[in-house]
Design a protein around this ligand. Structure first.
Ligand code: DAT
Ligand code: MG
Length: 154
């Protein structure tokens, strides 16, 4: 698999959906040149979210995090592209929106860490785990964007 096929799991959280930011957030990844591989609008269960955030289960904010994340539908997505895990995190901004630069998603659209509107995988390893948690293999779409040669050198 070439570097251009690196994948990440991105999720618009319930506050991003409720605040009408779905189109704006997807637009940024689309305009950047990344490739959409899978997308679904789902009401996540607490069980799914406990698995998704299993690494944080010992943290004091865990119960509140799961409750907030289960409070409404989310947009679950897989995106692909060169260095997308790292670049995706840069496009999101810092975990705490107060530390996020203007121009980033969290820097532009939210204020507090417990309402930071979007999730992005923090490593290729966690991306693979998260993609497998949220999507079945057959939901990952194989397609060739028409602009590929204009986005990548080769
Ligand atoms: P990120 O979402 O940037 O990968 P993380 O994985 O450390 O950050 O934490 C997952 C989510 O948990 C984060 O998006 C918001 C919430 N969170 C993290 N730290 C928190 C804190 N100190 N208080 C409240 N919520 C927190
Ligand atoms: Mg994280």
């Amino acid at each position: 698999m070439s570097g251009n096929q690196e994948r990440t799991y991105l999720m618009i959280k319930p506050d991003g959906v409720q605040r009408g930011l779905v189109g704006e957030i997807i637009k940024r990844f689309e305009q950047k040149g990344f490739k959409l591989v899978a997308l679904k609008f789902v009401q996540p269960t607490e069980e799914m979210l406990q698995k998704h955030y299993a690494d944080l289960s010992g943290r004091p904010f865990f119960a509140g995090l799961v409750k907030y994340m289960a409070s409404g539908p989310v947009v679950a997505m897989v995106w692909e592209g060169l260095n997308i895990v790292k670049t995706g995190r840069q496009m999101l901004g810092e975990t705490n929106p107060a530390d996020s630069k203007p121009g980033t998603i969290r820097g532009d659209f939210c204020i507090q860490v417990g309402r930071n509107i979007m999730h992005g995988s923090d490593s290729v390893e966690s991306a693979n785990k998260e993609i497998a948690l949220w999507f079945k293999d057959e939901e990952l779409v194989s397609w060739q964007p028409a602009d590929k040669v204009w986005v990548y050198e080769d």
